[in-house]
Design a protein around this ligand. Structure first.
Ligand code: NAG
Ligand code: NAG
Ligand code: NAG
Ligand code: NAG
Ligand code: NAG
Ligand code: NAG
Ligand code: NAG
Ligand code: NAG
Length: 495
């Protein structure tokens, strides 16, 4: 008995020490021009004790890299598929068959898929009415029916990611909250659907945006600072903006008739560039406040002791192709830069140890494109603006890390970004004779002039492709020679 008991105690202690971080995941977006490879990203997750990840699609290469990893996965159905999924159950069945079932077959690649996220914030105000009609009517229901048909409904739950503008509050306080009036009916249908299938409400919460948009909240309040001025809402006192945002949603759910509905925070983070107060220092403070708060399991004033609640940090990596419709900061949500370098310290269960960066990251050559100061620069701005159509100039915006380099440094920044985005191709730095290549890193202070990563389309690999082509041509020659010879022999034989 005694050894068994101690074994149980050991198992229990392992379980409870793991459960500390179990509920914290990250969003892994792939809107990047030169991303790390999926195996490198999976290594990054593993070496940093991150046990849950949310994807925005169901890329088989990504899922293959996650197989056998024991990392819990949310796969996504893009908004662009909602219409066809709504149109027929068959489409949903083949989506589930192709994109889910294969990871549950005995002997096949094993991926621990927990959720299918139908759409990516389809109710977001930026999208207008585009997707709303398709979300519940059938997209979610058809996927749910297909899951039941594939006998996966007890393993995988359907969720619909909603943005924080789904609910609103006149004063920013929970007591004055409600779901956005329009479209009320769809929203109620969604909640009824989720409730019926015991699925959680999957929502983005953004203290950064609340702070950015509503000057009524102090930065300290958004950053979980002890000394922040608390906010009172009827009988409750709020010490941070996260609790306030969260309880506003709880109150809206209560008002809609679903007071007990579970909530998963699908996205929460703090960007580090591209806006005022978007810095690594503030992001570190925010993340420490958030992770400490979640791990304290104290809950929020309306839902005390409900934690650790499932929370997905937004985001794992910076993405230079993300839409900047809501602001230049959109490309800088990463805990890690695009090339996997940790921007600050965050505790995912490793304690005081630093986050671990990936191994063997391969860059393009250490070369940068700058504007040639010896030339007449009167037309340079026009070239730079042209470059900016493709280049990522988000760090140049007010408050951004390169805002203070001014002209012509900012033109160089745009030229370089364009040059890197085009894999340093020889014809991508001319800019009417204004471009110049340097091998001296022009970065100043926090303003980093990046060198992009090698991808399958980069010159080094093209070089490799050239070799491949040469090899293939040779092989083809050899094969045809052998073939001809064989043909001759067989012809001879037949004759
Ligand atoms: C979605 O599918 C349902 C069921 O097939 C259908 O009644 C509805 O008209 C569709 N919605 C739209 C906007 O096409
Ligand atoms: C599987 O998902 C991807 C998107 O993640 C989609 O492009 C593809 O069409 C899906 N397969 C089917 C059969 O729908
Ligand atoms: C700002 O805060 C004050 C005092 O807490 C409150 O009365 C007011 O309604 C708030 N305004 C907005 C726009 O949130
Ligand atoms: C939205 O629906 C809820 C529940 O059905 C109802 O109580 C509320 O009055 C509706 N709001 C609007 C603006 O239609
Ligand atoms: C908020 O409520 C607390 C008690 O819950 C009280 O001590 C404090 O004075 C109140 N603050 C304001 C601004 O009303
Ligand atoms: C946040 O931004 C404001 C406006 O630029 C600035 O005054 C303030 O110092 C910033 N706070 C921190 C902590 O960086
Ligand atoms: C600048 O552009 C204008 C109009 O295209 C052109 O006429 C002029 O020669 C250019 N100046 C230089 C220095 O290239
Ligand atoms: C560079 O900064 C100057 C002002 O210092 C501005 O007029 C110009 O538009 C900027 N160019 C780019 C490409 O950001």
């Amino acid at each position: 008995m005694a050894p068994n008991l101690s074994l149980i105690l050991i198992l229990l202690s392992i379980w409870s020490s793991n459960s500390k971080v179990e509920a914290i995941g990250v969003n892994w977006g792939t809107s990047a021009s030169h991303p790390l490879t999926p195996p490198q990203v999976v290594e990054l997750l593993k070496s940093n004790h991150i046990s849950k990840v949310r994807l925005f699609d169901a890329d088989p290469v990504v899922l293959q890299s996650l197989s056998g990893s024991n990392i819990a996965v949310t796969v996504g159905v893009p908004n662009s598929m909602l219409k066809s999924l709504n149109s027929s159950l068959k489409v949903a069945e083949s989506w589930v068959h192709d994109n889910l079932s294969r990871y549950f077959y005995v002997g096949g690649p094993k991926v621990k898929i927990e959720y299918v996220a139908v759409g990516d914030e389809p109710f977001n105000l930026n999208y207008g009415q585009q997707f709303q009609a398709f979300v519940v009517g059938a997209a979610a229901s058809n996927i749910q029916a297909a899951l039941i048909g594939a006998q996966l409904a007890n393993k995988v739950k359907v969720v619909v990611p909603c943005s924080s503008d789904t609910f609103e509050s006149e004063s920013g306080l929970p007591a004055k909250r409600h779901f956005r009036a329009n479209p009320n009916k769809t929203r109620i249908q969604l909640l009824t659907f989720l409730d019926k299938h015991h699925s959680p409400f999957f929502v983005s919460i953004s203290p950064f945006l609340s702070f950015h948009q509503n000057k009524n909240f102090s930065l300290d309040f958004a950053l979980f600072k002890e000394n922040a001025q608390p906010r009172n809402d009827s009988r409750r006192t709020y010490k941070n903006l996260f609790d306030l945002n969260y309880d506003t949603l709880v109150a809206a759910l209560y008002q809609a008739g679903f007071p007990q509905m579970e909530i998963v925070v699908g996205q929460i983070g703090w960007p580090t560039d591209g806006a005022v107060n978007a810095t690594s220092d503030l992001a570190e403070t925010f993340m420490k406040g958030l992770l400490d708060h979640l791990q304290s399991k104290s809950g929020t004033p309306v839902r005390p002791r409900e934690f650790p609640l499932e929370t997905y940090i937004f985001s794992l990596l910076d993405e230079d192709q993300r839409s900047i419709a809501s602001g230049d900061f959109e490309r800088h949500w990463g805990i890690f830069t695009f090339d996997g370098q940790a921007k600050y310290h965050a505790d995912f269960g490793q304690g005081l140890k630093n986050l671990v960066n990936p191994q063997n990251v391969e860059y393009l050559s250490p070369k940068w494109c700058l504007v040639n100061n010896n030339k007449d620069l009167s037309n340079a701005t026009a070239s730079a603006l042209e470059a900016c159509l493709v280049a990522d100039r988000s760090a140049l915006s007010p408050g951004g890390s390169c805002f203070s380099i001014s002209s012509p440094g900012n033109i160089s920044y745009a030229f370089n970004s364009y040059y890197q985005q085009h894999n340093q191709k020889a014809d991508s730095y001319d800019f009417g004779g204004l471009g110049l290549i340097t091998t001296v890193d022009p970065s100043v202070d926090n303003c980093r002039f990046s060198v992009e990563l090698q991808t399958s389309l980069s010159p080094a690999q093209c070089h490799f492709l050239d070799q491949c082509t040469t090899f293939l041509v040779w092989s083809a020659l050899v094969i045809s020679y052998v073939g001809l010879t064989w043909q001759k022999i067989s012809t001879v034989k037949v004759l």
